[in-house]
Design a protein around this ligand. Structure first.
Ligand code: ADP
Ligand code: ADP
Length: 231
């Protein structure tokens, strides 16, 4: 069974803005997939559908054989604009990921279990920030903040990790650094990952599989060798 399965997914906003048109693909457990495409291609819409934030107009989306949005499948999300709480430490920010898993507000306040605390520290370790655990987010670099954002997603113990343009606001060195941590985290945990990127060079370096979207349609789906021939 594939980890993620999209069948004939179409998304129309309003009367006639077709953001995705008849998109069909499967992702296997542990695959690290990069979605490439120009602005307006439909990348964010695809991620929002996988995250259950918006419903497709038609078609089906399943994670681990269950419709998206069903209780039981956790999706971890890494954002372009990290959305950390600047006044809180890296550790506290990572711990908020437990909210996504338990769905309980108590978990984000003071009542985190030992397991949550351990998961937060392990996740910070995975992204190389254990020593910075007590540092306030506001004092961190853009790359470090994105790594905390990855840690927060990992704390959910997600079935699927989604990253929406996670390195677009970073310089190339920080971008490679962040992608490297994300790749290693995914490999360590055999985590199925789908990241949208617009930098082809960075995509080529870290992706195992590349899905190209243009005007809402998949026009490319292949590995690094295929990508070299196409682009
Ligand atoms: P990308 O992430 O690749 O830039 P999007 O998924 O954001 O692409 O957008 C795909 C298309 O859908 C664009 O034409 C965009 O303007 C449109 N779109 C995205 N979100 C909405 C929305 N909430 N309402 C109406 N149109 C939208
Ligand atoms: P991105 O390319 O990163 O998705 P956008 O500027 O396209 O950023 O979209 C930012 C937000 O605005 C999204 O939440 C999207 O749903 C919404 N949006 C984008 N295009 C439209 C549109 N044509 N009409 C209404 N909302 C839109």
């Amino acid at each position: 069974m594939p980890a993620v399965s999209l069948q004939n997914v179409t998304k129309v906003y309003g009367e006639d803005t077709v953001a995705l048109e008849d998109v069909t693909f499967d992702i296997e457990q542990g695959e690290f997939v990069v979605v490439l495409g120009p602005s307006g291609a439909g990348k964010s819409t695809l991620l929002r559908i996988l995250n259950g934030l918006t419903n497709p107009t038609s078609g089906t989306v399943e994670i681990n054989d269950r419709p998206v949005g069903n209780a039981g499948s956790a999706v971890g999300m890494v954002f372009q604009m990290h959305y950390l709480i600047e006044s809180m430490s890296a550790y506290r920010n990572a711990l908020t990921g437990a909210l996504g898993r338990t769905g309980s507000l108590a978990s984000v306040l003071t009542l985190n279990s030992k397991g949550d605390k351990r998961a937060a520290l392990e996740a910070l370790d995975t992204v190389g920030l254990l020593e910075e655990a007590e540092q306030r987010a506001s004092s961190m670099s853009g790359g470090q903040k994105q790594r905390v954002g990855i840690a927060r997603a990992l704390v959910q113990d997600p079935d699927l990790l989604l990253a929406d343009e996670p390195v677009s606001s970073l310089d190339p060195k920080a971008a490679r650094d962040v992608m490297g941590y994300m790749k290693r985290a995914a490999e360590d945990r055999n985590l199925t990952t789908l990241a949208s990127l617009h930098q082809v060079n960075i995509a080529r370096e870290f992706g195992d599989r590349f899905i190209g979207i243009r005007d809402g349609e998949v026009f490319f789906d292949g590995d690094r060798d295929d990508l070299s021939m196409e682009i």
